[in-house]
Design a protein around this ligand. Sequence first.
Ligand code: GLV
Ligand code: GLV
Length: 320
Amino acid sequence: VKPKVYVTRKMNEEAMAILEKDCDVISWSGTDPVPRAELLKNIEQVDGLYCVLTDKIDKNVLDVAKNLKVISTMSVGYDHLDINEIKKRGIKVGYTPETLTDATAELTVGLLLATCRRLIEANAAAKGGKWQTWSPFWMCGTSLKNATVGFFGFGRIGQEIARRLKTFKTKEILYTSRNAKPEAAEIGALKVDFENLLAKSDFLIVCCSFNESTRGKFNLDAFKKMKKNAVFINSSRGGVVNQDDLVIALKDKLIWGAGLDVTTPEPLPIDHALFKFENCVILPHIGSAAIDCRMEMAALTAENIVTALRGEPMPSELKF
Ligand code: GLV
Ligand code: GLV
């Protein structure tokens, strides 16, 4: 008999075909997240789980999933998976790091430019009848030229952002991470401690993974230590930021502006204070949302499952 796989979201045909060649596949047919009860009901018998980052795979789910051998998430982040509980059960995990590095780096550069050059605000002004004339200092923002760009976390994505930003004639690239990165020399990035990153960065880009050591790292204390002209960018996970403190930082002009592709919660409620700041650009978690990238992510997520269920090495296994 074929192994059983549950897919938590409506997926493209190409990814489904990869799964269906080897497995009996059941799928949540919605483009919205699978309801919890539906997930719990369907996961009982399955050998493999194809999930996305809105699915909380915690002890509750794992206790029900008695036959589960592999979890494959269509994401680089895996903070939605309870890795300790997964480890205890000997379940393998697949994810999609390499596939989305470039798309996420592109989006982050776009978000940074949208924030520092006020693109969203300017577009709204033009469309809203507020464009009266060319004016010397109207809609002026800040520039990357001669700027110091700091990275909190400097993995694949951060490094690709840095490579792209250097072509904007930045002055200096700094980064903070637990371990020194061998790629930093070639990029020309300098490792500094958190205090120096805060004090020196004109642009501060969060590119770390989300875990207990990075939770709420950007709080009022951190924003107070940043430059008044600093542009804060986050395309990793909302939880790295204390959002109430970010609201204060923007209100009190402790920093110049913020660009966020991730928030807490997601979606961010429409009446949230962050939406009220013109100098805060908010995107709905679209870092990897380029069609070729998502197709590749979907295919890899499927490949990870079928190889694991065949007992072969997964093309992209999370080692923990
Ligand atoms: C997106 O946020 C991802 O983790 O892939
Ligand atoms: C983070 O930047 C990663 O891609 O690992």
